[in-house]
Design a protein around this ligand. Structure first.
Ligand code: IPM
Ligand code: MG
Length: 361
């Protein structure tokens, strides 16, 4: 297969982790007989510095024409970087929101897996996580609070800020279908998370999710309030298979979920829409403090590339080969600094990429 991948290295550690993911993709190409062509695009702070905006329309068009997009990370240190002196819609993160919306990527999958080899890094008590856990947050990505009307203005002499949270039934239905589809290929459990005791948008959410569930009789549906869910993730993470939720709740819960795996440097993500074009990126940020020092963990980006092979190119065996290579490397005791443990061997970003490539045969 011949695939054209738009690559957005971005800011901070972005370029160095993306470089390793490309290396691994090339190795997969070599072993399985595929050609991956890359076109590098600017987004985030580096785009602001070149073009005065975090994502130009021209760059977005190029991404649209690609078969899939691989992203490192965007942004810098708020309060330190000159990018944050700009108005909010001109900052690095605005580029991320624009590309998600522009490519129609309404479904964000964030797996939270406790790797056996890294169970020591999990901050939860051992008895809560024995045998590991494996769930995926399915987050609605192009609606809700992050895309509603917002303004700040003086009302009767008092500064007032307004953000609006809107969902229509179609937006809910299409993400709910994804949640059930994913669950039907996993352990067949959807936990739909909302705040239906307060919010109208959540009451509609709950109603539509229930309707969609009728088409998936072998998937079990439960509803959970978001505050309770935040608690359950640290109390009993093993109960979850697919957490299905709206944009802001998913943003918050997926960070919590990544933390209980003990290793945000390991977590991949996929943003998907109606077609096969997706955007794949690590769940962590741009870590400007360690950029350019060969210290960053490239595994989350490499696992994101594995998700790309699976969801955009339907290369299931190739995707598994990457996941197994990561597990093999961990089993050998190889670590980057963020997941380093006593008696293990600490590698740099490049050496970790090499070690994973060497396991793909
Ligand atoms: C994420 C990030 C983004 C989001 C920000 C940077 C806009 O937190 O991908 O989770 O909230 O979607
Ligand atoms: Mg977030």
């Amino acid at each position: 297969m011949n695939c054209n991948i738009a690559v957005i290295p971005g800011d901070g550690i972005g370029p160095e982790i993306v470089r390793e993911a490309r290396k691994v993709l090339d190795k997969v190409g070599e072993v399985y007989g595929h050609t991956f062509n890359y076109e590098e695009l600017d987004m985030g702070g580096c785009s602001i510095d070149k073009y005065g905006e975090p994502l130009t329309d021209e760059t977005l068009e190029k991404a649209k024409k690609s078969d899939s997009v691989l992203l490192g990370a965007v942004g810098g240190n708020v309060g330190q970087s000159h990018w944050y002196e700009l108005p909010p819609d001109k900052r690095p993160e605005a580029g991320l929101l624009k590309i998600r919306k522009g490519l129609g990527l309404f479904c964000n999958l964030r797996p939270a897996v406790l790797f056996d080899e890294l169970s020591g890094a999990c901050p939860l008590k051992e008895e809560l996580t024995e045998g590991g856990f494996d769930f995926v947050v399915t987050r609605e990505l192009t609606g809700g609070l992050y895309f509603g009307d917002r303004y700040t203005k003086e009302v009767d002499g008092v500064m007032t800020a307004v953000d609006t949270l809107t969902y229509n039934e179609e937006e809910i239905r299409r993400i709910a279908k994804w949640g059930f589809e994913i669950a039907s290929k996993r352990s067949k459990k959807v936990c739909s998370v909302d705040k239906a005791n307060v919010l109208d948008s959540s009451r509609l959410w709950r109603k539509v999710v229930k309707e969609v569930s009728a088409d998936y009789p072998d998937v079990e549906l439960t509803d959970m309030l978001v505050d309770n869910c935040a608690m359950q993730i640290v109390k009993d993470p093993k109960q979850f298979d697919v957490i299905l939720t709206e944009n802001m709740f998913g943003d918050i819960l997926s960070d919590e979920a990544s933390m209980v795996t003990g290793s945000i440097g390991m977590l991949s993500s996929a943003s998907l829409g109606e077609g096969t074009l997706g955007l794949y990126e690590p769940s962590h940020g741009s870590a400007p403090d360690i950029a350019g020092q060969n210290k960053a963990n490239p595994i989350a980006t490499i696992l994101s590339a594995a998700m790309m092979l699976k969801y955009s190119f339907n290369m299931l065996e190739e995707s598994d080969a990457i996941e197994n290579a990561v597990k093999a490397v961990l089993k050998k005791g190889l670590r980057t600094i963020d997941i380093m443990d006593e008696g293990k061997t600490c590698l740099g970003t490049i050496e970790m990429g090499d070690a994973i490539c060497a396991e793909i045969k």
